[in-house]
Structure formats: structure tokens, C-alpha cells
Write a protein that binds this ligand. Structure first.
Ligand code: ADP
Ligand code: MG
Length: 386
């Protein structure tokens, strides 16, 4: 019996009608590009969030998570921005967004269990939304898991839930990764058109491991840093007379930067976004050519750009990245929004233990919380489990 089914029985005293799962993700490259209509390249992780669910006839949503907290209970028509309190808003938001879009969705009892580290920049929030969305789609016969097109609709509704009800102003990468990834592939997501290309990601054939380093440094996007970066990008686009920074081709970067010389903030933010979008294209090409050393170098350039131009790194991330490279990684970078969370490193298989040891000692030396490591593999998207 799965932990989530067990939890459902304990809390609600009944059998769930089914269990659905949706993965966390790690973004290979393309950071802070999603809300600039740019490109991102995430993989879905084997780590996932499970939702055991059962329909109710009274329009009430009850939620309980093995991660703790009381049972949240709310009538669906009471769901609103910031309501309910706490983590339940991510789940309630999904049902709200479905109803707003005209889907006939009723009440549910939902138990949640997750193997995605929460708040580690690996997108536990989108995994939670995806699992609830998958459950609602199947239980209310919406058919939104059918193919990539319907999953695109579902991803957009999950993003709306996170933006409007959970009030986190994030782009759409996490939900797309959780719902649209396929095993063995990264998705190249064009955040303007919503178009996805499946890019084979088979680094083990090159004797490499994608090592995820959870720095355990709290990543808090709620303190305005994220909104503030977004606003700077929007201001830069306006000054440059374009709809978004995506519209500045890499070949026109020098011109654009020249126009922003009077404002160092807009200058550096633009430099990051435009070069980062180009790095995503270059990474896809290098992966297709099997040039993994080049992929490593692109990871490292991305990190330096995020650290120096976008200013969203932190000491824990920098130490993880620098130490991994010094210990033999082909490249490394912070992943996710920044200010903590996780880093990734592309490491020759035989060097993984020494890279981990080196990072442990560096963290000890800096008196940082002990980091966590795992090897990432490109897994599939949301689906029914049981
Ligand atoms: P990330 O998505 O990188 O893990 P976020 O800050 O976007 O970080 O989302 C984390 C929030 O999502 C948590 O604070 C909590 O509100 C909610 N959450 C995610 N997974 C769970 C879970 N299994 N149980 C309860 N809440 C969860
Ligand atoms: Mg999140």
C-alpha cells in the first residue's frame, strides 16, 4: 500500500478512487527567461508528488499532506486570491482555475505525499498542482491528460492557480515540465508560443551524471526579489521598444546594451536574459551533437551570468558550483529561481563521490547546513499511478 493511500485512509476514513502523480523538475538551462517569453530546457525528475483523491457531492475540498499541517477544508466557491491559507491554496487554486475555465469540477478529498524536496528549487509547487490537476481531470472526466495539447491547457491552468490563488508570480516552466515532459528527454519550451520540442537527454551514454546539489539554503522568492527582477526586465523591454526581451536577438545585443548604458540595473538584467536564451539554443545544439564538454561550459557561463548580471545567486550556490568544477565537473550552475535552492553539475560518473566529498568539506568549512545530493534522470510527466 502506498504512503499516500495510507494517509488518505487515515485522514478521511475511506478508500481513494485513485492515485495520480506529477514530477518535480530540474531546469538544465534557461533561467529567468520564462517570463521574458524566452526558452527553457527542463527535465522532469523521478521524484514526484502523489495525490490520492475521491469525489465529494457537496462542493467541498478537503486537503491533507504527509508534509504536515491541519486538514484544509474549503467550499470551492470560497477559493480566492490568498484563500485558503497555507499550502492548500496551490491545490485549491487548480480547481478554481478549472472552474474559471468552464470545466465542471466538484468537491474532492485529497491526500498528498511527495518525494520532491519542498522549497529546494525543484518545483514541489508545480508537482503538487500537477498531481491535483491530473486527479481532477480524470475524476471529472475532463480528458486533459490525453495528449500534449490538452496537457498544455492543464499546465496553463496550474500556472494560473499559482499566480492568482497562491499569489506567486512565476512563469510557466514548472507546470509545463511537470505535465509535458517524457522519459529520456528534456523539453525545449518556447515560453512565447508554448511550443515544446522533446530533446533526447542521455548523458549516461557519455559516462556522465547530472548531480543535483540541494544547498538547503532557504529559497524565498516571496521577499520581492523575483517580482523586482521581472519588473526590471519589463522596464528594459519598454525602453528598447519591444514586447519582451525575447525580441532582442543575440546579434543585436550590443546595440541594445548601448541604449541601456545609463541604467546599470537594466543593462545587466538584459545582458543576462539575452545571452541566456542564446545559451539554451547552444545547449540543445551541443546535446544533439553529443558535445557534452560544451554543455558543461554553457552551464558554467549560465551560472556566472546569473551570479554577476542577474544577481540571484547566493554564497551556498556559488560554493557548490565552484567546488564541483574544481573537483572535476564539466560545468555547474544554480538552477531554479535562485537565492538558495539547488545547483546542478555535469560530472563524470567516476568523479561523483569526490565531487560530493569536496562539496561536503567546503560546506563544513563555511559552516553551511549539510547539503543533499542526488542523481537526476529524465523522467516522464504527470499520470495516473493506481
Ligand atoms: P519549490 O516549488 O521550488 O519547491 P515553492 O516555494 O514554489 O518552492 O513551493 C513550495 C510550497 O509548495 C511549499 O511551501 C508548500 O506551500 C507547497 N507544497 C509543495 N509540496 C507540498 C507538499 N507535499 N505538501 C504540502 N505543501 C506542499
Ligand atoms: Mg515552485
Amino acid at each position: 500500500m502506498s504512503a499516500v493511500t495510507d494517509h488518505f485512509r487515515t485522514v478521511f476514513g475511506e478508500e481513494p478512487e485513485g492515485v495520480w502523480e506529477s514530477p518535480g523538475r530540474v531546469n538544465l538551462i534557461g533561467e529567468h527567461t520564462d517570463y521574458n517569453d524566452g526558452l527553457v530546457l527542463p527535465i522532469a525528475l523521478p521524484q514526484r508528488t502523489y495525490a490520492a483523491a475521491r469525489r465529494r457531492a457537496d462542493g467541498i475540498l478537503r486537503l491533507s499532506s504527509t508534509a504536515g499541517g491541519d486538514v484544509t477544508e474549503i467550499a470551492l466557491h470560497d477559493v480566492a486570491p490568498g484563500v485558503p491559507e497555507g499550502w492548500g491554496r496551490y491545490a485549491a487554486g487548480v480547481l478554481w482555475a478549472l472552474r474559471e475555465a468552464g470545466y465542471l469540477v466538484g468537491g474532492l478529498d485529497v491526500a498528498i505525499d511527495s518525494t520532491v524536496p519542498i522549497g529546494a528549487g525543484l518545483s514541489s509547487s508545480a508537482a503538487l498542482e500537477g498531481a491535483v490537476a491530473a486527479a481532477a481531470s480524470d475524476l471529472f472526466g475532463l480528458g486533459l491528460l490525453a495528449d500534449d495539447e490538452t496537457r498544455t491547457t492543464l499546465a496553463a491552468l496550474c500556472q494560473k492557480a499559482e499566480n492568482v490563488i497562491a499569489q506567486a508570480p512565476t512563469g510557466g516552466m514548472d507546470q509545463s515540465a511537470s505535465l509535458r515532459c517524457t522519459a529520456g528527454h528534456a523539453i525545449l519550451l518556447d515560453c512565447r508560443s508554448g511550443h515544446v520540442s522533446q530533446i533526447p537527454f542521455e548523458i549516461e551514454r557519455h559516462g556522465l551524471v547530472l548531480l543535483v546539489i540541494d544547498t538547503r539554503a532557504e529559497h524565498t522568492l516571496g521577499d520581492g526579489q523575483y517580482g523586482n527582477r521581472r519588473a526590471a526586465c519589463e522596464r528594459a523591454a519598454k525602453e528598447l521598444g519591444v514586447a519582451s526581451l525575447r525580441d532582442i536577438p543575440y546579434s543585436h545585443l550590443a546595440d541594445a546594451l548601448h541604449k541601456l548604458e545609463h541604467d546599470p540595473e537594466l543593462f545587466t538584467r538584459t545582458q543576462h536574459v539575452v545571452t541566456e536564451i542564446q545559451r539554451v539554443r547552444d545547449t540543445v545544439e551541443a546535446l544533439e551533437q553529443g558535445e557534452l564538454a560544451e554543455v558543461g561550459l554553457l552551464f558554467t557561463s549560465s551560472h556566472l551570468s546569473l551570479r554577476d548580471d542577474f544577481d540571484v545567486s547566493c554564497e551556498e550556490l556559488d560554493v557548490a558550483v565552484d567546488t564541483a568544477i574544481a573537483a572535476g565537473a564539466l560545468g555547474a550552475r544554480m538552477t531554479g529561481g535562485g537565492f538558495g535552492g539547488s545547483a546542478i553539475a555535469l560530472v563524470p560518473e567516476r568523479l561523483v563521490p569526490s565531487v560530493e566529498m569536496a562539496i561536503y568539506s567546503a560546506y563544513e568549512h563555511h559552516k553551511f547546513t549539510k547539503p543533499l545530493f542526488f542523481r537526476a534522470a529524465a523522467a516522464g510527466g504527470a499520470r495516473r499511478t493506481e
